[in-house]
Design a protein. Sequence first.
Length: 295
Amino acid sequence: MLKTNMEKVVIQSVAGKIHSPQSLRNPFRIHHSGKSMALPGVGGITYNVKVGDLVAGLAGDHIEPGVSLQNSNESENFALMKLSCIGNEATVISGDAKGAKGVVTGKHGGIEHVMIHFDQETLEKMSIDDKIQIKSHGLGLALTKYPDIHVLNIDPELLLDLNIREENGKLIVPVTRKIPAYLMGSGIGNPSGYLGDYDITTADEEANILIGLDTMRFGDIVLLEDCDNTYGRGYLKGARSIGVVIHSDCILMGHGPGVTTILSVKHPQIEVVIDENANITRFGLFKSFFKGIND
């Protein structure tokens, strides 16, 4: 098992409300081909799109699976974004679904949403502005034998359950696919990898075939080649970043499925093995929600 400082990582509460979808008066979004399209987007309760589903082919743009959470107070919302980690437990604390449990699936930059998976019965009871509290755990997590590898945005128990192994001073991480650095778009240049995500661009059909966009799923664990997320997001030859796919494909130029980073290192101390089942639905708290589906 990987050695970490988990016993010293602080567990702290953060909370937010289910955030209503928003729109400008002009309903259209511009497809990268130039076509105008009116489509659903971010926010709210998304009843029929869940972590584990395909990210492409939806009649939507930047779709966030499950429930989208935000605080109206900006500083409180950035705390929600910073402290929440993929795999953290979430509890509904107001409304008809009060007491129901869920799990954090990702963090979406720009709109600054935290996304949470709940079962269908709970979703049907929930309303806009219901409050959800997250037991945040993971910020400050470190791998004691690998000080150069930064751990970001992931619950310690989930990280330890990902079937990562050690070999010749490197970590070997199961991923569904490798993403070349030249495909990373919106969000690149952000000064922190601890907030939100950045997008795999999908305007090039040949590149989409190369990365297998048609089989990519919410929750897939992926390798971002030559991508450095240690102190911001940028290109660095030989760098390695591991991330989780957190929102759907997009029609806008420079956008596509979003990736929240969970591991990053400036030199090739991370290697990968391709495993089509490397999806967060199979690990950590997610296992109880997806029992039977993944068997």
